[in-house]
Design a protein around this ligand. Structure first.
Ligand code: ZN
Length: 133
């Protein structure tokens, strides 16, 4: 796999609006709008920095998988997202070289991007998202 760039760093939070205020103030970064990603059960918003974006994600409701993460680990770093070309082929290549995937096919992520997650068992415990450029 050849990564093009770090697309964003994602932080799990409980309250998206107060966290957006906090990180915007902390980083001096412009706040994006709060959006819903129903398929993942999350609310998300981006903060724009000169070389990377920070994504905040919060559970949409009690059924969201993100609640389990927050209960176990609390608020904090959730995943790193790397931009790649030809995500479908990257996933096939990773899979055939024995990397465990959460998504073996691209799915729709934030802002309608094609994304897929790799399993932390294969990535040194870091949840990694790949996003098609
Ligand atoms: Zn992400």
């Amino acid at each position: 796999m050849k990564v093009r760039s770090l697309s964003h760093v994602s932080i799990a939070v409980r309250d998206i609006r107060s966290s957006l205020d906090l990180f915007s103030q902390l980083l001096g970064a412009e706040k994006g709008s709060v959006e819903r990603l129903e398929s993942q059960g999350v609310l998300y918003a981006f903060l724009e920095l000169p070389n990377v974006r920070i994504e905040l994600i919060a559970p949409l409701d009690e059924d969201s998988n993100l609640n389990r993460f927050l209960e176990k680990r609390g608020e904090g770093l959730h995943h790193l997202s790397f931009a790649v070309n030809d995500l479908g082929k990257v996933l096939d290549d990773l899979s055939s070289s024995g990397v465990r995937l959460i998504d073996d096919k691209p799915r729709t992520g934030a802002e309608g991007a094609r994304v897929a997650f790799l399993h932390p068992d294969s990535t040194g415990g870091v949840l990694i998202e790949l996003e098609e450029e």
